[in-house]
Design a protein around this ligand. Structure first.
Ligand code: UDP
Ligand code: MG
Length: 319
């Protein structure tokens, strides 16, 4: 019988993890042609998430957990889940029931039809604030314009992948991961399923404005080098304008003679050019920081404890 791993990153999800398990189990119990195995990843939660996972895994043989030594972020949690998945297929889903388990049978159908991946795409964003929706839309427009990958707006990490695609995703072992881009970069045939967004069942979102902003910067720098070209473009425009202005001043001096006013324009120009220099240095810094973190090749996550057997534990901190 083929096996499906359900990978669930959990960070302080003590309030919802049981709700999730019951809702998902309701759906997966009806799936009889596949063996279903749950892998919960406790991403360094500070609440009772781990306790709840211990109880679940003790009660159900098909539930395993991996508990990180600290909070490494959802990207690391998803990577750990995929790395420890042994199934023919794997689904990644949030613990807060914003990813309806009812879609799992449709996802299986997609894979059976011959697709490598069945991905859920949010048709609406009712579960998010208006500001977040507006900024998210802007981000997707920008990133799709300047990057080498196509990231559909609303496409998240909620998807089922076959072994071929899982291995491809794992082969991209970059430390600073941006899965939305990775899934699209690896290619493969993807079937899209639209679903309506819902508010999380309980608990709170782990994202605030600043975290989302940094995540957006990560997404752009991970899959596009266009911002680096901004320095050359701005530099050329400013030099060309300066040259034209120089000729104008020379001609003016020859024809009309010398005059001294110009304090305001000089100050404005210095500030303008200074601003651009700092901005482009900042962009360079952003990429250099990425290179710095990447060359250290630190593990993507570290396991505190896990219910998975030792053969899986061998590669637990390989990332
Ligand atoms: N999550 C995680 N580590 C983190 C932050 C979030 O594993 O550092 C998990 C979280 O428990 C949830 C999923 O990632 O299962 C999505 O998080 P959240 O619901 O906060 O994000 P949103 O739905 O608001 O985008
Ligand atoms: Mg959520």
């Amino acid at each position: 019988m083929k096996k499906i791993d359900i990978i669930v990153p959990c960070y302080n999800e003590g309030e919802v993890v049981n709700l999730f398990y019951c809702a998902a189990k309701n759906v997966t119990d009806k799936i009889t042609d596949y063996e279903i195995h749950y892998i919960f990843i406790d991403d360094g939660s500070t609440d009772n998430t781990l306790n709840k996972l211990l109880i679940l895994s003790a009660a159900d043989d098909n539930v395993d957990y991996i508990s990180f030594s600290r909070n490494f972020g959802k990207e690391a949690a998803m990577y750990a889940g995929l790395q420890n998945s042994t199934g023919d297929m794997a689904v990644i889903m949030d613990a807060d029931l914003q990813h309806p388990p009812e879609l799992i049978p449709q996802m299986i159908e997609g894979i059976e039809e011959g697709y490598d991946c069945t991905a859920a795409c949010r048709a609406t964003r009712d579960g998010d604030s208006k500001l977040r929706v507006a900024l998210t839309n802007r981000f997707y427009k920008l990133v799709n314009k300047i990057s080498e990958v196509d990231m559909p707006n609303g496409a998240g990490e909620f998807r089922m992948m076959n072994r071929k695609m899982i291995n491809a995703v794992l082969a991209m072992s970059e430390v600073q991961r941006f899965s939305k881009g990775i899934f699209s970069w690896v290619g493969f045939k993807t079937k899209w399923i639209a679903f309506d967004d819902v508010e999380r069942a309980a608990g709170e979102t782990k994202w605030n404005f600043w975290k989302l902003f940094l995540y957006a910067v990560d997404g752009i720098t991970a899959f596009s080098t266009a911002p680096l070209r901004l320095a050359s473009v701005l530099g050329s425009i400013i030099s060309a304008s300066a040259f034209i202005y120089l000729i104008y001043i020379i001609l003016k001096t020859i024809i009309v003679g010398k005059d001294f006013p110009g304090y305001a324009s000089v100050v404005t120009l210095i500030l303008f050019i200074g601003g651009i220099i700092i901005l482009t240095c900042g962009i360079l810094g952003e990429y250099i920081a990425k290179i710095y973190m990447e060359v250290k090749r630190r593990p993507i996550y570290l396991v505190g404890n896990t219910s998975l057997n030792s053969s899986n534990e061998d590669n637990k901190d390989e990332g």
